[in-house]
Ligand binder design. Structure first.
Ligand SMILES: Nc1ncnc2c1ncn2[C@@H]1O[C@H](COP(=O)(O)OP(=O)(O)OP(=O)(O)O)[C@@H](O)[C@H]1O
Length: 264
């Protein structure tokens, strides 16, 4: 297994606003990274940075892959192509046109009734399925998915989950997801974004042993993540958490919350 992406202290600003700060991450071939975090924490921006859709203004990033597929959170509006033409065109562009493969995926996702419907007239879920299928058919070295299950009904989510489970541990995938439980099922690594910073990116097994300590203190002694004025968060191994809490109290800090990393 080799490194496919390496970002060092990468930062990105748009119109003078810092969107990503100090992003340092390594993504190994064959890993599945779930990027989690609250709305606006920078998950989509991180995916675009990793894919090369945007470039950092500070720090640097090396991408060692030659091809990728990307599914945005929102499928482009106003596309006049029919579902069939869209899938055929993209498959042809990738040099991997296989009618049977299109048939297989459209049947799996129940898209047959909509094959001749222009995308702009399709529901959000139908468009999402078409985006998902074209990305799978592309067979890029890395698959980037931004909230892949947006707009999908329960049955469709299960089909998409099964397809992603087949890739797990074999084909490199990076996706954003709100549902923490699903992220833990699908991913080998969990990345956590907070206010444009990557707080951690750890193997799932390790994350379940990590504790988050949120506390108030007059100064930031341990390079904790600042949440608000005098309010910080530290992520430590479960075995270290009592010792850390002791340190915080010794420095006149106040504990606000202590919880397991996987708890939401
Ligand atoms: N092109 C842009 N211009 C200005 N601000 C932007 C742009 N793209 C992102 N932002 C801002 O950067 C921050 C992070 O946005 P981003 O979409 O990456 O977050 P997110 O975690 O994916 O959010 P969500 O869960 O709502 O999809 C937000 O405050 C957003 O408003």
């Amino acid at each position: 297994m080799g490194k496919l992406i390496e970002a060092i202290e990468s930062g990105l600003s748009v119109n003078g606003k810092e969107i990503l700060q100090g992003i340092t991450i390594e993504i190994e071939q064959g890993t599945t990274v779930a990027v989690t975090g609250v709305n606006g924490s920078g998950k989509s921006s991180l995916i675009k940075l990793l894919a090369g859709i945007s470039e950092p203004q500070t720090g640097n990033i090396q991408r060692y892959f030659t091809s990728y597929a990307y599914v945005p959170e929102h499928f482009p509006e106003h596309l006049s192509f029919t579902v069939r033409n869209y899938l055929q065109l993209l498959a042809e562009m990738n040099g991997s046109y296989k009618e049977k493969e299109i048939d297989y995926y459209t049947s799996l996702f129940g898209l047959e009734p909509f094959l001749d419907t222009p995308l702009k007239k399709c529901s959000k879920g139908t468009k999402q399925k078409a985006g998902f299928i074209q990305a799978l058919m592309k067979k890029g070295e890395v698959l980037f998915l931004d909230e892949p299950f947006t707009g999908m009904d329960e049955g469709t989510v299960q089909i998409a989950v099964d397809l992603l489970m087949e890739r797990k541990g074999r084909k490199t995938t990076v996706f954003t997801l709100h549902e923490t439980e699903l992220a833990y099922q699908l991913a080998t690594h969990i990345a956590v974004m907070e206010e444009g910073r990557l707080v951690s990116c750890l193997p799932v097994k390790q994350v379940s042993r990590m504790m988050e300590i949120t506390y108030r203190m007059s100064e930031n002694r341990w390079q904790a993540v600042p949440l608000a004025e005098h309010t910080y968060r530290l992520v430590v191994e479960e075995t270290e958490s009592d010792k850390m809490i002791g340190e915080i109290l010794r420095h006149n800090g106040h504990i606000i919350e202590v919880k397991g990393r996987g708890e939401r």
